[in-house]
Design a protein around this ligand. Structure first.
Ligand SMILES: Cc1cc2nc3c(=O)[nH]c(=O)nc-3n(C[C@H](O)[C@H](O)[C@H](O)COP(=O)(O)O)c2cc1C
Length: 189
């Protein structure tokens, strides 16, 4: 399972890559190289601070500073999550238990929210301190307030300051968490 990328080869192209065929070959090679970069796999929680909530599968996440504690995520501009983070200025980043790998397939389009049952697509959630939802089944989570939104073309890199973080009660802190390589999925490239 791979999320769709651009349909035509994207420049710039190195010297000597000139014909349509060379550009297409280069485009494919570059994608295969980029796919070898190791990633984690997460669920990002977002909210408008009203009735809207969402959880989205995401692998483009990294800590970007010690002091202050900043974390960045790359979010597609056409995703509901993008709209909610832009509006709500908060997000959560939830890890996924390696035993629960099927969960990430359930969060690749906007979720069904049941505020009474407190579920998203049938999975129990809790609002984190910022208001962004956190999946109850996640071994660990961080809660962030957006400090910067960097325009990166098709995506926005949201940089958030970690305002709270925790482990699921009763969960071993060294519970193995899901990484891209544990799945047959890819994104980006
Ligand atoms: C394995 C995998 C990794 C993904 N990583 C990202 C990512 O890093 N950033 C992103 O914007 N979308 C990513 N997606 C795509 C979103 O999960 C997907 O586009 C989703 O439809 C957008 O969610 P939303 O509209 O519910 O907010 C990934 C999808 C998969 C299957």
């Amino acid at each position: 399972m791979a999320a769709p990328g651009p349909s035509a080869p994207v420049g710039p192209f190195p010297p000597g890559v000139e014909t349509e065929e060379q550009r297409s070959d280069y485009d494919k090679r570059r994608r295969r190289v980029l796919w070898t970069l190791p990633y984690g796999l997460y669920l990002v929680g977002s909210t408008d601070h009203g009735v809207k909530r969402n959880l989205m599968t995401l692998n483009w996440a990294t800590q970007v500073s010690f002091e202050p504690k900043l974390l960045g995520i790359g979010v597609q501009k056409d995703a509901l999550t993008h709209e909610l983070i832009t509006e709500g200025r908060v997000f959560s980043l939830c890890t996924v238990d390696r035993e629960d790998r099927a969960i990430v397939r359930k969060f690749t389009k906007p979720v069904d929210v049941d505020l009474e049952a407190r579920t998203l697509n049938g999975f129990a959630f809790t609002d984190g301190p910022s208001g962004a939802p956190v999946l109850d089944a996640s071994p660990a989570w961080v809660d962030c307030e957006v400090r910067e939104a960097v325009d990166c073309g098709g995506h926005t890199f949201f940089i958030g300051e970690v305002v709270d973080a925790g482990f699921r009660p009763g969960t071993a802190e060294d519970t193995p968490v899901l990484r891209m390589e544990d799945t047959r999925m890819s994104y980006g490239g």
